[in-house]
Structure formats: C-alpha cells, structure tokens
Design a binder for this molecule. Sequence first.
Ligand code: GP9
Length: 409
Amino acid sequence: QQAEAWFKERRKLQEQAESEPLFGAYKGKNVLIVQAEAFQEFVIGQSVNGKEITPNLNELIKKSAYFPNFYHQTAQGRTSDADFATSCSMHPLPTGSVFIRFAGNTFDCMPSILNGEGYDTTVHHAYDGSFWNRHNMYSGMQYDRFYTVKDYKIDEPMGWSLGDKSFFRQTIDQLKERNHSPFYALTITLSSHHPYNLPYSKRELNGGAFDGTMFGDYLQSAHYVDSAVGELVDLLKKQDLWDNTILIFYGDHDNSIYDWKPYEKLLGKPVTALDQDAIVKKVPFLIHLPRDEHAGIVGKAVGQIDTAPTLMQLLGIPMDDRYMMGVSMFSRAAKPVVFRNGGFTDGRVYYVPSADGIAGNGSCYALPDGSAADPASCTAPAEAAKRELEVSDRVIEHNLISTFRGKEK
Ligand code: GP9
C-alpha cells in the first residue's frame, strides 16, 4: 500500500511532463538506442596528444540534446542493471541482477509498452543469449525478437566476439530486413569491455604516456567505439533512417579503473573525493531528434531510470497506471537522481553516503564548486533516496506490480 502511494505521488511529476508542448512531438518515430559498454562521460571532449578521443560523439552532441549530468544507477548486475533501469524505469537490486533473480516478474518496460503502440521491438547483442539470463528476461519484457551472436557473422573478430563496427552494420541490415516502421531497437555494444585490450591494428590514438596501461587501453577502446558510432550515423543517413529516428547513446556503467593518477593527467587537474564519486557515476547521454531539434546542453541532474519516461513524453505515451520511477529528462518536473549506494544529487547538492548507510551521516557537497555543504541540506533528501530504493526493492522482490494489477482487475 505504501509502495502504491509512492508511485501515485511520483506519477504526478510525469503528469506534468504530459502537459508540456513536447508531449507527443515525436509520435510514431523510430527509436534506436545504443547502450555502450563501460563508456564514461570523462572522455567526452578530451584529447590525447592533440587528437580527440571522441570526435564523432563531440560532433553529434552539437546536434543533439546532451545531458552532462546524467548518472548510471547500476550495481552488481552491471550491464544488465543498466538495461533494466533504462528499459523498465526501476532501480536495480543492491545484490545480484534483476535479470537473473526476477526475470519472471511483471514490470512496465519499454518493449511491452511500445508493442501496444504498433512498434516492432528488437534487442541486439552479439554475444551468447543466455549471458545475464537475457533470453528469459527479454521474453518477459516482450521484445518481438532478440538477436544474439548466432545472428551475426563474426567478420570483425574482437574481444568477446564481434567488433562494434560490424555489429552496427549487421544490426541495421537486420532492421532493414524486418522492414517495419516504427521500430524500437536496443543495441548493446561489447568492444569496450574490460580489460580493453583492442587488437593493435584497431588502436588509432597516440596514447603517449598512457600507452601500455589499462587506462591507455580504455581510451583506445573509447576511440574505437566513437568511430563505430560515426559509421552508424553515416549508415542511418544513407538508409534514409536519420530523419525519422530518435537516436539515443548512453554508457552503461563505469570502467572499473580506480587509480586516479591517469585521470588527473588526462583532465589536467587534481581529482577530489567528490570528483572520484562523480567520475565513476557519470556516463554520457545524448538524444538526437529528427532535424537536429532541441539540440543543446541540458544541465539537469538525471539518471538511467529517467530514460523510458523521456521517450514516453517524446512519443506521447501517458504514464497512466504504470509503475515507473523516473521522470522525463526534458520536463520542468524534477527530482533528485538516486544512486544505488544511497547517494543522490539534485544538481545543487551531491551526497556520498557513509559506510554505516545512515541517511545524513555521509558527505554533503555543494555544487558546482564541490565545497562542503551544510549536512542538514542533505538529510531529508538522503532519507527520501533510501525510501525510493526500499520501494523499488520491495516491488521487485515481491513481484508487487503483478499484485497491484491483480487488484485493479
Ligand atoms: C556481455 C556484456 C558484458 O553480454 O553485456 O556485461 P558486463 O560484464 O559489462 O556486465
């Protein structure tokens, strides 16, 4: 009952989004999402020895809505957590992966919502379909089709399977073959997976002092992924898909490199305790809209659970009685971004929880300068963040959406 009341309250924010002019402005457009493996925000706009790490994304950002204060909300379920938070607008669990532990539960995820709107919904990932229990989870999410490694020709062997360049090329072929508009396609990249050792022939940056380190290898991988995204954009244009497709690019989680010296060297400044927390949690997020509309930097603090409600606002789909925790990133309605460890930010303060987990006992920073903030300004929102996580956990662990639905009938 308390959980139901929580959702009722949260829905009011998305209802505000539904009264804004953007609601339904892109009704019926295709949606192509790129979830990029371990792709972090700190590489965007940076150069190594005079060469941009992400030249293609830097260009695309100029023509897109870009959210520099977008945070991943993942935990132990890593890539599967990012997928769950993005597609189903709920928090991942504190331990394990929802994909593995609760694939049979009822959730309100984008594929099932869009199936009801006439969309062809597909998910594409050139790896074993049973990894992260994807086969079962995706069938519960009601995707029309899951393309796994079995559906790809390994003509660019790299790392765990196929290089992202070929992966995108073959994915666009798959979508062309399906020949269904509108489509919703989630593509999950793999080439920039830990430990980031690309074949030497694919390393195009002059890494200088970073060469021979895992951090240097990570930059090379990010550069390769960026180049694959550049080719994907060219392909979408060639195939006449560019003007009727919403393209989203975001990073799934951090890169697991926690030695801060190379970050300081790249960024040319000391990395404070606050910077460390934010670097780990920030991943890039861009939405390119047809005709380059709404291009610009949006500073609002947002996270992965806000992605599905953002799409719903753009496509004109009301929240109705669905159970989602996010709010459209484009809306004037705002709420703090809650991290899985109990931290949060609302863009004005940034809270890093203490080891005891007691709300308010952690470090409270003022943004943007990162100075120490009055701890009292973090206490109430830290308690609200804890509550949000508890509601999410309870709903998932007890399959409550199914119970709520049963009562509605
Ligand atoms: C494998 C890929 C990697 O299919 O999604 O997942 P990760 O190890 O990053 O969670």
